[in-house]
Ligand binder design. Sequence first.
Ligand code: F6P
Length: 475
Amino acid sequence: MAEPAVVIVSNRGPLSFRRGEGGELVARRGAGGLVSGLAPLVIGTSTTWIAAALSEGDREAATGGLIETEGFRVRTLSLDPDDHRAAYETISNATLWFAYHGLFDLAREPVIDTAWREAWAAYRRTNAAFARAVAEEAPAGAVVLVQDLHLTLVAGTLAEVRPDLRCVHFTHTPFCRADGLRVLPTNVRLELLEGMAAHRACGFHSRRWADAFEECCRVDLGRSPNTFVAPLGPDADDLAAVVGSPASQEAHSEIDAALGGRQFVVRVDRIELSKNLLRGFQAFDDLLQRYPQWRERVVFGAYVYPSREGLEAYRRYRKDTEAIVGEVNRRWSTARWTPVLLDSTDDFPRSLAAMRRADVLLVNPISDGLNLVAMEGVLANDRNGSVVLSTGAGGWDLLGRPDAAFGVNPFDVSATADQLHRALSATPDERARRATTLHRAVSARTPSHWLADLLAAAGPPVSGASPKLGSGDGM
Ligand code: F6P
């Protein structure tokens, strides 16, 4: 049977554009887990990717319609900037992200007021603009893969004008239980859940998030839509190419020389509240306090870079991160040794070099849809390094087996310190055994498996349905 035409729809696109020195538009691969996971699957194919214009360069690129470059077919969408900011920051990042990850300090937040309701209206308009673009670009009978929490209302809007399309939604974050979603006003909760339920199926990285979503739907909609579980996996070839690149090799030599034979604990994250950076540094501090044998014998490399700085909570979290690193270093540094190295450069080849050299990779999120970094770290590492992994990460379902990752409750700082100690103390035999199990578990899932699962979830074509003429109108 012929492969169906595929359209991917996401807020952040595979390419970001800027003006080059000669005034020409230059494309660069976009940032983030979603893009690095999906990009290798679509390069050189006929898949169309529709995404928001995020930079000035993206907006200029948007005027030219569909762009074919670097192996991608991309349509960047120039949205009303105020609407897009309100939808992205107030709704997606400051409300849905917080609810899904359980980050709200409920005595104070969220505050659902007039400004918030206006932001929800902007979220609706932004989703409708995406739906219009899909209606215009999607070939007849295409499968439309709608990504993440920014775009939950696209399928419902599309259904009337493009009944021929098969829409599948995939959430890259966790999902919260009904109790967590009650922070949203009832009508918004219903609109959000109905919007997601309008897809043929809703996918998640973990059964835990799919169950939570189903529970929300049962409570609010009185029914449970189709769901499926499809964890993403890293693309081993893509990763090996970056690890083998001159930039990564050079960074590896530099890092190795700076360590002077010491053990190396590494973390690679956006500076993001759900990643639990502060408790990670507290745990390292506790390790040095209670296990003095590690003083001067271990270095913590934190490759963490600013993110979502439009939000005050994230700016504050960055300052708190820098402050705690300063405190740990003041407390324990000696003339020969700085315990924590903070690198905020967002340099993927360098981060991979650090994970390659790691003795222990610390991944301790409060909650995380999957955590691709934990899986990339396993593939990049070449010294049987261990992984200390939060049970709150979706990836725990794959890596949390006996003799694989060391598990931690993300809130338990002293237990995290104990697990760091165990991981650092593992014998070469134990390291090799765990590394083999981890490798096997990570290699079991590739981006192609993930895509095949989404296409299967789209189900069979709709017989007899065809696009309505002037399909972009009236949405
Ligand atoms: O986890 C969901 C996700 O969309 C990731 O794909 C991405 O790395 C992260 O959130 C960052 O999102 P943003 O586009 O807001 O920087």
